[in-house]
Design a protein. Structure first.
Length: 172
């Protein structure tokens, strides 16, 4: 066992090339993700819900809802208390958003910090959650995804309005 540990440690050190990369934390996060998805698959097979398909309409809701929920959790100022154990505030970002740095101490804390502060990274988990939701609780999931889709649409309309307003002010 020691030889295997030494080999893994050596490969990890070679991969890192001196950089701080929380490979152990990534492994824990991947294991948790795989276990959750595997458990959902087993329960779906046991309950006979494995053959349910997501409609194109639900996929559209899930796409926009995933975008909005991942962005809300990872960037919104109001959700910063959720990220606080894993990140540090750096500065304001876009409208109602903040930029944060990932905490460096602890491989799992660092890995979770990267996950919860990156909308692209978090969207994998959110989309998986929506997929499981459509499988086991489609009515509730459709309502939640619809609300998030409406919020995302509203956000884009707000940004378009602000851009048009700024353009009009420049022309005056």
């Amino acid at each position: 066992m020691t030889k295997v540990s030494e080999s893994v440690r050596s490969e990890a050190d070679e991969y890192r090339q001196g950089a701080t990369r929380p490979l152990g934390g990534y492994a824990v996060a991947m294991t948790a993700f795989g276990a959750l998805v595997g458990a959902a698959g087993v329960v779906a097979a046991w309950r006979g819900t494995g053959g349910r398909r997501i409609s194109p309409y639900e996929l559209l809701l899930m796409t926009a809802g995933t975008h909005k929920l991942a962005r809300l959790v990872s960037k919104d100022a109001i959700t910063s208390p959720l990220r606080m154990p894993f990140t540090r505030y750096r500065e304001s970002g876009g409208p109602a958003e903040v930029m944060e740095d990932v905490r460096e101490h602890g491989q799992l804390r660092h890995a979770v910090g990267e996950l919860v502060s990156c909308p692209f990274c978090l969207s994998v988990w959110v989309a998986t959650g929506f997929s499981v939701g459509f499988l086991f609780a489609p009515r509730f999931t459709r309502i939640a995804a619809s609300a998030l889709t409406a919020i995302a649409g509203s956000d884009y309309l707000q940004l378009i309005y602000a851009s048009l307003q700024q353009a009009a002010e420049k022309n005056e």
